[in-house]
Design a protein around this ligand. Sequence first.
Ligand code: 2M8
Length: 444
Amino acid sequence: MVITQSRSIAPELDHDQLARTAMRILIENWHGYATVPSRRLYPHQWSWDSAFIALGQQHIAPRRAAVELLSLFGAQWADGRIPHIAFNPAVADDAYFPGPSFWRSSHLPAHPPIDTSGLIQPPVHAIAARAVMDSLGAHGSDFASRAYPALIAQDSYIRARRSLNGLAAVVHPWETGLDNSPAWDEPLRAVPVDLLLFDSYTRRDIDHARSSERPTDEDYARYVRLALGYRDHGYNDDWVRSQSEFVVVDPGFNALWAWSELALAEIAQVLGRDPAGHRREAERITTVLVDQLWSASHQIFLARDVRSGDLLAARTVAGLIPLVLPGLPAGVRDALYATLTGPSFGAGQPGIRGVPSFDLTDRRYNPRRYWRGPTWLNTTWLLAEGLRMHGGDELAQRLRDDMVALVADAGFREYFNPRTGSGHGTSNFSWSAALLLHLLAERA
Ligand code: 2M8
C-alpha cells in the first residue's frame, strides 16, 4: 500500500488543549444519563451517536460511557429494536421535528419505557460496548452481563424482522445514518412529495443549521411521509418490508452488523458463553454482502433498491465501510483500497482531508451539504480502523492525523469540507469530540 505525503499534525500542546475542549463539549452535552449530539440541533439521545460517544467517554469516564449505552438500551422496544432517537422527557415536544408526538411510541401496546422514534440506525453498539467493557476493568463483566442481552435482542430483531435474502433491509434514509446520501436520490424519487403534508409541520433543523447544508424541503417531506407510513401501520415490519415506498439494502449498515457480531463474540467470551455462533454470523454476512452488493464494475459496494432490485450506482463512503471486515476476499479488499485512494475519494492524497462522504468526481458532490460530500469523523474513523486491520497502517495513521487536524483548524464541527477543511453543520458536535478523544488516547 503506497502512501503519498503525510500531513503534519498539530503539536502536542495543541492536543492537550483539544482534549480539554472535547471533554468540555461532552460534559456540556451530557443531560444526566446520556449525551445529546448537539444541544440545539439534536437535543435528544441518538442511537449510533451514543455508541461513538461512548468510545470517547471510556477514556475519561468509563462509568459514564457504560450509562450512555445502558440508558439507550433502556429505550429498547419489546421486539428488540433499539430506536434511533430516545427522547428526553425534559425537552419540549417541538424542540426537534419529528418529536415524540409524531412518532407516538407510547400508543403501542408494548410501548417502550420512554418516548422514542420507531426507526433504527446502524448497529455499532456492540463495538462500543466491547471497548467500554475493557475500560471498566474489574467491573467490565458486570457491564457486559447487562449489555449483552440487549445487544442480542437487537441482533435478533435485525435478523428476524429486517432480513431480506440474508442481509438487513432499511426502510428510511434515517436508518442508514447517511440520511441525505445521493445513493437515496433514485429510490426517493418513488416517494411522492405530499404538498398537504408540507404545511403540516415546521422543520426545526434549519433554525439551527444553514438550510444549504441540510436536506431540501422536498426530501424532508419524503422523510416525513415514509415515517408516517411506518407509524400508521403500527411499525409492522412485514408491512414495511413488502409495502413501503423505500426499502434498501445498504452496505454500510450490513458491514457494521457483521463487525458487531465479532464484537459480540468477544463479549460472549468474557461472559463464558460460546462465541462461535457470532463468528459464523459475521462470516455469513460478509459472504452475502460480497455476493449481493459488491460491484466489480464500480469497484465498491453499492446499495440495492429492493423495490426495483437494482444496485444504486452511487459511490458513497458507505460502500467503503466493508473494509472493517477481516473476512473480505483479498481481491475485494485491494480493490476497495484502490477506490478509497483513487480519484473518487482521494484518501491520503495531497489536498484531501479524511474520507469524503461522496464521490468527488460525481456532479452531485457537494462539500457542504450533509452526507453529500463532506468528511465526517465517524466514517473516517471506521475506515481508519478497517485499514489498520488489513495492514494499511500508514494510510490509517494519515486519516487519524487528518481528523485531528480538521478539528484543530475548524473546531468540533459536525462535518468538514474535504478540500478546504472548513467546518459545517452544527458546532460542539458530540461524536467529533468523542472520536477526537479516542484518537488522542490511542496515541498516548
Ligand atoms: C442526522 O440525522 C438526523 C435524523 O436522524 C437529522 O438530520 O435530524 C444524521 O447525521 C445521523 O446520522 C445522526 O445520527 C443524527 C444525529 O447526529 O443526525
